[in-house]
Design a binder for this molecule. Structure first.
Ligand code: PMP
Length: 350
């Protein structure tokens, strides 16, 4: 640490992303899609677009916000885009809960929520899950604090029903409820339609998982126009050009290509179910994941040891050295072939 870092930030414990590697490995550690993005993405990244990179990107993100709005049946003024959904979550937690505000989230959830709470001086309550890792909805009814919940949750993969999510939103009318739907495309019940009914709901999504564009860094939030206006106020006070021109074009093309992505998502879901069945046959416990990852534990081998052995065999998975989940591995669903290699390798190891 240099002597220049502000005291406010000296004690930050930053989020630790999964490892990115150049080696030839089967990479099942950061919930990326195993498939390339839609061919439409390449088509729009034309020379003409590249030649115009001397100009700033559109700070209003009109093309992308319209494309997203059309997909979800809302108006573009209900859409906010960020440099990954992390960016959207950061603006929201800073703006709606910041400095002295209150936020709660499940104790086992996306590791960035506590980090954002910390950096923005938000008082965070982390609410334990039930023993089966599910969220007890009653814990969030009339909470009188802002709420952020990943649905499906990560790393458990478990999803709340539409009705349960609505109960949480409707019972907290004076607080913001952020539903992080990063993994929703893989078969949960989205609450997106509720943004028209409740003015305290912000739903966030990402192009990083279902849309095979983690490297592009695009995410978005959908909410009432007033919430989006507030997020834009923050963005224009921080970094008006938070998305670059290539990202805007590529993401707009991707979101419109339902045919391509529906097929890839269906493949991932089918592979998830097949792999869960195979792991269960090997004696693993697996949650009923609705995401593009599996959360699995074995009584025969410690998760840390299994992760290390898989790594020796060229397969990366995610191990969290954290109480209550330290015997579980989070395994991204890759291609059918990669998952078969994973299962075969695990069988040899155990
Ligand atoms: N929410 C959850 C639950 C996640 O797991 C992730 C991925 N790490 C994100 C949000 C952020 O994704 P991105 O910034 O790539 O959109």
């Amino acid at each position: 640490m240099s002597k220049f870092l502000s005291e406010n930030y000296a004690k930050l414990v930053p989020y630790v992303p999964g490892e990115q590697v150049n080696l030839k490995v089967i990479k099942l550690n950061t919930n990326e899609s195993p498939f390339p993005p839609s061919p439409k993405v390449k088509e729009v990244l034309s020379e003409e677009v590249i030649d115009k990179l001397n100009l700033y990107s559109d700070p209003e993100l009109k093309e992308l916000r319209s494309a997203i709005a059309e997909q979800f049946g809302v108006t573009p003024d209900m859409v906010f885009c960020g440099n990954g959904s992390d960016d959207v979550l950061a603006f929201a937690i800073m703006g709606f809960c910041g400095a002295g505000g209150k936020l709660c989230c499940p104790e086992i959830s996306y590791g960035f929520y506590p980090v954002y709470a910390d950096i923005f001086g938000v008082e965070l309550e982390q609410i334990p899950l039930k023993d089966d890792f599910s969220i007890d909805v009653n814990d969030y009814i009339g909470k009188n604090k802002n709420i952020v919940i990943a649905n499906p949750n990560a790393p458990t993969g478990l999803a709340l029903s539409f009705d349960d999510v609505e109960k949480i939103i409707s019972s907290n009318p004076d607080n913001l409820v952020i539903i992080d739907e990063a993994y929703m495309a893989f078969c949960g019940e989205s609450c997106m339609e509720l943004v028209k009914k409740y003015d305290n709901l912000l739903v966030t999504r990402t192009f990083s998982k279902s849309h095979s564009l983690a490297g592009l860094r695009v995410g978005f939030g959908i909410a009432s126009k007033d919430i989006i206006d507030d997020l834009n106020k923050l963005k224009y006070s921080f970094n008006p050009y938070n998305l670059n021109t290539l990202s805007i074009k590529a993401a707009a093309a991707a979101i419109a290509d339902n045919e391509y992505y529906d097929d890839k998502i269906a493949k991932i879901v089918a592979t998830r179910e097949k792999t869960i069945a195979q792991l269960k046959a090997l004696g693993f416990k697996c949650t009923e994941s609705k995401a593009n990852f599996i959360f699995a534990a074995s009584d025969k081998i410690a998760a840390s040891e299994l992760a290390a052995k898989l790594r020796e065999n060229g397969i990366l998975v995610r191990y969290f050295n954290k109480a209550k989940i330290d015997n579980y591995l989070r395994i991204t669903v890759g291609t059918d072939e990669d998952m078969q290699t994973l299962v075969d390798t695990i069988q040899t190891i155990v």
